[in-house]
Ligand binder design. Structure first.
Ligand code: SF4
Length: 350
């Protein structure tokens, strides 16, 4: 299969043009066609000479891929399934909420991190996504024009594929790319310290850290990453960064009833996060197949939230979206991998 043009940065497109013997400025023309005009083939690049298009066609494909399947929740959340060039599947969720249209993208095929509560973790790691694969999840959905926010919270650990994640953000935010504000992008990580440090320096997007418990032993059981990169170390890095400006840091906290929502957790969380201007987002845990962790209930969730707020931690409960289609848990792609979904094939989704 030919390599894709979609997903290359302006610098890479310029290098590609020069390699093919085309003028240097063709790089900028290519970026315009790929990211600012709505075409889907090299043949449509009408300001390039016939010879230039032929040279490009010979070595490259355009690189856009329509979703192979989709499910829609009763609340309007949609989950798209994309097939990768290695015949694997990744998921993308589009979450409408009031005026917002948030797209939740995947950054890897499967995941190495093995978090106990995660369906994607159960698939294991099956490969990295390219920057083009990541941006395609936004560009190739029917809601592309209405997208207001992007979160890297789908399948995979973004800091385990950081080169491509940073490149995708470059394409989304550069003037020659989609020219989005980095303040509309949030990258969520379980906290891989070296990746976090690099990300803080090389991007202006918001950061969300999956916390889930402040205690070492418990976190090790829920999230094996705690062994290599303890949350205390992650928090120490964050404390060296100034988040009082426009860049935001938040922590994600999936609540398992009776397991990580006790007064002991409230006290430890308030000690751990003291001094970081952040928000703590509580997420309801809904049972997923094959996972014995206890689902939360509304009353104890509210009590936990109030106790955290009383300790001075700005805490909110995230609205559950797309629960009936297991949005963003990896189930759709797991089924596709297992062959339970009728061989996914492109179909119009409106
Ligand atoms: S929660 Fe995130 S990091 Fe953990 S296994 Fe799932 S996809 Fe990977």
């Amino acid at each position: 299969m030919k390599p894709a043009l979609f997903g290359k940065t302006l610098t890479e497109l310029t290098a590609t043009a020069v390699e093919l013997g085309l003028p240097k400025f063709t790089g900028k023309q290519l970026a315009d066609w790929l990211y600012q005009k709505e075409i889907s083939s090299i043949a449509e690049m009408s300001n390039l000479s016939k010879q230039a298009r032929a040279a490009l066609e010979e070595h490259y494909c355009f690189g856009l891929h329509a979703p192979a399947n989709a499910q829609e929740s009763v609340d309007g959340t949609k989950k798209y399934l994309f097939k990768t060039h290695t015949e694997k599947f990744i998921e993308t969720a589009m979450i409408p909420f009031q005026e917002r249209r948030t797209v939740c993208v995947s950054s890897q095929v499967g995941c190495k991190m093995g978090c106990l509560f995660c369906m994607t973790g159960k698939q294991g790691f099956q490969g990295q996504l390219s920057a083009g694969d990541i941006v395609n999840q936004i560009r190739s959905i029917p809601e592309f024009h209405d997208v207001t926010n992007i979160v890297y919270m789908g399948m995979g650990e973004p800091f385990d594929n950081l080169d491509e994640v940073l490149k995708s953000i470059d394409i989304l935010t550069s003037e020659w790319g989609f020219a989005m504000s980095p303040r509309r992008i949030t990258v969520s990580s379980i906290g891989i310290t070296p990746g976090l440090v690099r990300f803080l320096h090389e991007s202006e997007a918001h950061v969300a850290i999956s916390l889930h418990t402040p205690f070492h032993e418990e976190r090790q059981q829920l999230m094996p990453v705690q062994i290599a990169y303890p949350i205390e170390e992650v928090v120490d890095v964050l404390k060296t960064w100034d988040f009082r400006g426009q860049r935001r840091i938040s922590f994600e906290y999936i609540v398992f009833h009776g397991l990580n929502d006790t007064p002991r957790h409230v006290n430890a969380l308030s000690r751990l996060l003291a001094g970081i201007p952040c928000r703590l987002n509580l997420i309801r845990f809904h049972a997923i197949p094959g996972t014995p962790l206890p689902a939360t209930n509304e009353e104890s969730l509210q009590v936990f939230k109030d106790a955290l707020n009383n300790k001075g931690l700005l805490t909110t409960i995230r609205a559950s979206r797309g629960q009936d289609i297991f949005a963003a848990c990896g189930l759709l792609s797991t089924k596709a991998l297992a062959g339970e979904l009728a061989a996914p094939r492109p179909r119009p989704i409106v």
